[in-house]
Every structure is written in structure tokens, then in C-alpha cells.
Design a protein around this ligand. Sequence first.
Ligand code: MN
Length: 255
Amino acid sequence: MHHLLVTNDDGIGSPGLLALADALSALGQVTVVAPDRERSAVSHAITLHKPLRLEPAAVPVEGVRAYLSNGTPADCVVLGKMELTPNHPDLVVAGINGGPNLGNDVTYSGTVAAAMEGALIGAPAFALSVTGDHVRDFSFAARFARQLAERVLARGLPAEVFLNVNIPDLPPEEITGVELTRLARRRWDERLVKRQDPRGRAYYWQAGEPDHDGCGPGTDVAAVLAGRISITPAHLDLTSHSALAQLAGLPADLW
Ligand code: MN
């Protein structure tokens, strides 16, 4: 029997997590270990300065074991490996996130970091997001997650590679295919808005609109805008291998 570890960054009560756990329960024993509150945009943070806790949780999905933790998504993956699933889960899936994780978003995303942690513990892993601002229906994305999970369980993934999947928030009949993509260079323009509070002190709030320069053909952003499901293979090795050659003279300049 397959053992699947499921987590997210939207918290244990989120509808995307429940839809995912339900869909994957057809493939084996699903163990959910999820944060006890929303942890979006915590990236790959881990907890160092307080005790981590793990408590049984009730989720309305038959046959699924569920636990909540006061830790981050990456903590949840490590806890799941250590305490719950047999030591090597056959698959780690993070999501389904409500909201996109496209382009540069992946450096902030708790969802993507959970999949990355899955790869770090040596399991095949993918992160799954639906790209809308107010996603209401995760059922299509959950069915797609099951299909992808089946394929990954059967065929594995290349070493140290995990997948970042984004599904357009469209009615299923308007989704036109699946595309293997690279990450876009999507930036957020004027990301911080500065205003004054009622007492005259400045405050700053994350806002702003994505700038779609750097989102040409072949990118995850372009695929989703065209109504296709984007799958980006990502690698644990963040080394820029091309820069190793370009910067070959750097040590001699410094020493
Ligand atoms: Mn989130």
C-alpha cells in the first residue's frame, strides 16, 4: 500500500486541503499533517525557538489520518516523516493552495517549500495551486492531483526534482490542456503601498499588481493565462551552473 503525506500552507481547515486528501485517499493511506493556522508566504521557514506540537485532528474524509501542528509547512513534512507515515512516504503533496504560485512567487510560497522539503527527505513531491483570488471549487484540481499522483507513484520523478503545478481557476470545460513550463520572471509592481494611519503614522501594506514582463511563451504564467495547467519541474540544486563559468575569475580577483 502507498503512504501519502499531505500538507499545505493555508491551514488544516482549508477546503483545498480536504479536497486533496479526499482525492488521494483512493491511492493509499493518506496522512495529513497541516499547520493549525494559515502560513501562506512563510517560504521554507522551520521552527527553531519553540517546541513543535502535533495533535490529532478530525477531518471529514473517511480513512484519512490527520494531525495539526503549530509549525510551518516545512516542519509539517519533517514531522510527518518522523512520526506518522512510515519513515519514507511514497509521495508528498502540498496544497491545494487557494491562489497562484507562479514565477517568483515560488521563493515566498509555503506550499512550494513543503514540496521542496518533500524532495529533501527523499520523496517524490509536488505542490498544487489553483490560480484564482477567491477559489470556490477545488474538485477539478483534486481530480487532476489524483491523476498526477498516480503517475508519479508509478514512474517516480528525476532525482532531486519536485513539481510546481498551477491550475487555472476556470470551469473544467475551459481548461485546454497541460503544459510543461519554466518559471516566469513575474515581479510585483509597487508592491508595498504606503499610507497614513488615523494617528498620522505611516504604515505599509502588501498590494500591487503583477508585472507580466518576463512571462513569455513557455513560462508558467503564460500557460495559465492561456487556460492550460502548468507543471514546472524544479530542482533542489539552486547553483547557477552557467555562472560558475561566467564568474570563473572571481576567486582570483579576491584572493
Ligand atoms: Mn497559501
